[in-house]
Design a protein around this ligand. Structure first.
Ligand code: CU
Length: 464
């Protein structure tokens, strides 16, 4: 897929080439490569290299890797900055800005030492640039509009050229009208693989970028001036239950890499394992210095990667540990009614409004289970169903699914974990029963006393 005649597009097709700075080899090409585009937010299979050094490609949660072409010894990519429609989870889309059809844009993968030529076409309504976060490169390729290059005007194509100095974990984003362009979803992952295929090699390598949006229920465009009060906390512009599960075979070496382009820090916590922090956007942490954690803080503008050996089968939660970041839009702006008996007043209101639901008097778990009717284009505060009931989550939450006997390239959702008999927490019945059966998979508590619709009941992970 990487090198194909189909990828060639004539420069006569309306694209003007404007150079960011004088670079050798500029006259060697007369055309820019085709810009592949992606319509779907579904995880695409990793892009295995067909030329050059061997490496294990990454898997972008709910995303894809940008195909490239070789032109002499240059690896050529083409990004198109443009308005996109991105599904956050089934039931809600955002009208955002991104690259090549999606937000975030496609992941760029290349190898240490590669010469990369990155064409950037601006189809936004305003100028832009791209900054290659973490890359060591000539100052004029750094993508800071006004400082290191003229902005890319609407309708124009610029080209960036540099040689990749080191392997590691990087990202790209605009450095032009940044507050607006990043709030609108413009960003992408950039992975540089080591030249030595054996260096820090893992069997499965997952990537995601964290972004936050403020999209009022019933609307589609983020409020770009928001500074702190976001209501959508996303991984690759997806929220639970729309975020791909992280699937690994028992015994696999697994790496999870992420970067933070929100306005606050995120504490990424994975259950069931301790892991080693192996890489930042500054480079590899030497193996003997990689430190153990179960929660790693990722500050604004930082990237982190951690490694672990998936030796314990199960369904292991992975999430941001700020509890408001595992909620969706409808959960913000709520009053606390815990301990308030609303029965009397509810009776009166119900005479006028038959569907009225008094909620939150014992906590807010009922909001995860009830799935009340929602305005168009928003998501419940907490939702998602597992085999034992409502998961009561949203936002930055997914599941690491470790299973025995998975094929090397199998990233399909394997369904819910089949717990060995006697290994699931259950009701105390008076004496320990080591071999007690696991509880029935029916949700235990369905005490809804109201009209309930279940728009979100079908999660993308339910069909197993
Ligand atoms: Cu967070």
């Amino acid at each position: 897929m990487s090198v194909s005649r189909r990828n060639f597009l004539s420069a006569a097709g309306g694209i003007t080439l404007v150079s960011a700075s004088a670079v050798s080899g500029r006259t060697a090409f007369a055309s820019v490569p085709e810009a592949p585009t992606m319509k779907s937010p579904q995880m695409q299979p990793p892009l295995v290299p067909k030329t050059g050094p061997d490496y294990n490609p990454v898997v972008t949660l709910n995303g894809w890797t940008l195909p490239w072409r070789m032109n002499g010894d240059w690896k050529e990519f083409h990004l198109v900055a443009e308005p996109v429609v991105r599904e956050f989870a089934p039931g809600m889309v955002g009208h955002l800005w991104g690259y090549n059809g999606q937000s975030p844009g496609p992941t760029i993968e290349a190898v240490e030492g590669d010469k990369v030529r990155l064409f950037v076409t601006n189809k936004l309504p305003e100028h832009t640039t791209i900054h290659w976060h973490g890359q060591l490169l000539p100052s004029g390729m750094d993508g800071v509009g006004g400082l290191t290059q003229p902005h890319i005007p609407v309708g124009k194509t610029f080209v960036y050229e540099f040689q990749l100095q080191k392997s590691g974990t990087f990202m790209y984003h605009p450095h032009a009208d940044e507050m607006v362009q990043m709030a609108m979803g413009m960003m992408g992952f950039f992975v540089v693989h080591p030249k030595d295929p054996a260096f820090r090699r893992v069997d499965r390598d997952f990537v995601f970028l964290m972004a936050s949006y403020d999209i009022e229920p019933g609307t589609y465009v983020p409020r770009v001036a928001e500074m702190t009060d976001f209501n959508m906390w996303t991984w690759n512009t997806r929220v639970f239950p729309g975020i791909d599960h992280i699937v690994a075979g028992k015994g696999d070496k697994v790496r999870i890499r992420f970067g933070n382009l929100t306005m606050t820090n995120h504490l990424i916590h994975m259950h069931g394992y301790d892991f080693k922090v192996s890489c930042t956007d500054g480079g590899w942490v030497p193996e003997e210095a990689a430190w153990p954690e179960v929660t790693i803080d990722c500050a604004v503008g930082q990237m982190r990667a951690f490694d672990f050996v998936a030796d314990k089968p199960g369904d292991w939660a992975i999430h941001c540990h700020k509890s408001h970041h595992t909620m969706n839009a409808m959960g913000h702006d709520l009053n606390t009614f815990i301990g308030v008996d609303k029965r009397k007043v509810a009776k009166k209101i119900k005479r006028l409004v038959p569907d009225y639901m008094p909620m939150g008097t014992a906590g807010m778990a009922d909001m995860g289970e009830m799935e009340m009717p929602l305005p168009d284009n928003t998501l419940p505060m907490m939702t998602g169903w597992g085999q034992f009931g409502s998961i009561e989550m949203g936002g930055m939450f997914s599941v690491v699914k470790v299973r025995e006997g998975l094929a090397a390239n199998d990233y399909k959702d394997p369904g819910w974990f089949k717990h060995p008999e006697g290994t699931v927490a259950c009701e105390w019945k008076g004496e320990p029963k080591k071999t007690e059966r696991a509880p029935s998979p029916t949700p235990a508590r369905r005490t809804a006393e109201f009209n309930v619709v279940k728009p979100g009941r079908k999660s993308p992970h339910d069909n197993h």
